[in-house]
Write a protein that binds this ligand. Structure first.
Ligand SMILES: Cc1cc2nc3c(=O)[nH]c(=O)nc-3n(C[C@H](O)[C@H](O)[C@@H](O)COP(=O)(O)OP(=O)(O)OC[C@H]3O[C@@H](n4cnc5c(N)ncnc54)[C@H](O)[C@@H]3O)c2cc1C
Ligand code: FES
Length: 279
């Protein structure tokens, strides 16, 4: 049996600075061994533990899509010990990736539906994976219209800006990108994500919503969707919780009887309504 604590060795093959303040970088990894790349089969919405020997490991959402071949991307905010060390690493350096972990957005179960995808801040990572997955010709025809609503504090903090422009130009995708307030170099939407959702008032008919963002964004987005007539079983949220093992053993991430690492990180709002409000 494979040891679930053993990371796959990966080499950094590219590093991109994403934001003006350099706090977010996207790392591209390649597996050292082809068999590991095959074993790491994942879905949009899953995460992995990035590990640096002697420092530790941290759960990070997978930003690439399985439709992008062996390209494995993670967009990482420089937060604490592991992520700061990672920000100092360069192309060619070797480290570990353990996963894929957790569940994923229920796209296969919702074929034929319209999608409303709502992201705030750097939580957009796994929704990038979703958007790229949806662009794949094999998948695009399986879904209806897509509204992608995404907000960051400033234009300089927006991730994947060029890619979003390309998504927007494909049929049936509307990108609504917003920043918190007006900026001289910004001609797009302004205002917080929940306010933009309220203005757009997305229709719940034959649709599901995927939401990922900081707790405050989620807190204020949920009542807006309620007001627009969305039911709890149409809304899927991805939670970030304190994690260690990532595989349902250490008990650090639990909310009520659910382990966020194993039973989540994606939960329907209907499921969350049953849990204590501690996430
Ligand atoms: C399912 C899941 C998906 C995630 N996806 C992503 C992702 O895609 N991208 C991403 O960037 N993050 C993501 N995270 C969050 C990430 O795991 C955390 O930010 C954290 O674990 C980073 O690890 P670290 O060792 O660098 O931070 P830690 O050292 O564990 O620090 C954690 C916290 O302590 C604070 N802290 C640490 N040192 C100091 C200090 N000296 N002074 C003040 N404050 C300090 C940090 O601000 C941070 O908030 C995800 C988390 C989960 C659970
Ligand atoms: S992180 Fe260990 S049980 Fe979830």
């Amino acid at each position: 049996m494979l040891n679930p604590y053993l990371p796959y060795p990966v080499r950094i093959s590219d590093v991109r600075v994403e934001t003006e303040d350099k706090t977010l970088r996207t790392f591209e990894f390649e597996f050292l061994h082809e068999k590991d790349a095959k074993a790491f089969a994942y879905h949009p919405g899953q995460f992995a533990e990035l590990s640096i020997p002697g420092v530790g490991e941290s759960p990070i959402g997978i930003a690439s899509s399985p439709t992008e071949g062996n390209k494995l991307l993670f967009t990482v905010f420089r937060a604490g010990s592991v992520t700061s060390k990672l920000h100092g690493m360069k192309v060619g350096d070797v480290m570990g990736v353990r996963g894929p972990m957790g569940n994923w957005y229920p796209l296969d179960q919702n074929e034929g539906k319209n999608l409303v995808i709502i992201a705030g801040g750097y939580a957009v990572t796994t929704l990038r994976s979703t958007m790229v997955w949806l662009q794949d010709p094999k998948n695009r025809s399986r879904f209806g219209e897509i509204d992608f609503i995404y907000g960051a504090r400033t234009p300089g903090m927006l991730l994947y800006r060029d890619e979003m422009e390309a998504w927007q130009n494909k049929g049936g995708v509307r990108c609504h990108v917003t920043v918190d307030r007006e900026f001289p170099d910004w001609n797009g939407l302004t205002g917080f994500v929940p306010a933009v959702v309220e203005r757009l008032a997305p229709k719940p008919d034959n649709a599901i919503a995927l939401v990922c963002g900081p707790p405050v964004m989620i807190k204020f987005t949920q009542p807006v969707l309620d007001k627009c007539g969305w039911k709890s079983d149409q809304i899927f949220l991805s939670l970030e919780n304190r994690m260690k093992c990532g595989i349902g053993i250490c008990g650090r991430c639990n909310v009520g009887h659910q382990y966020v690492c194993k039973d989540g990180p994606v939960f329907s709002k209907a499921e969350l309504d049953e849990l204590p409000v501690e996430y």
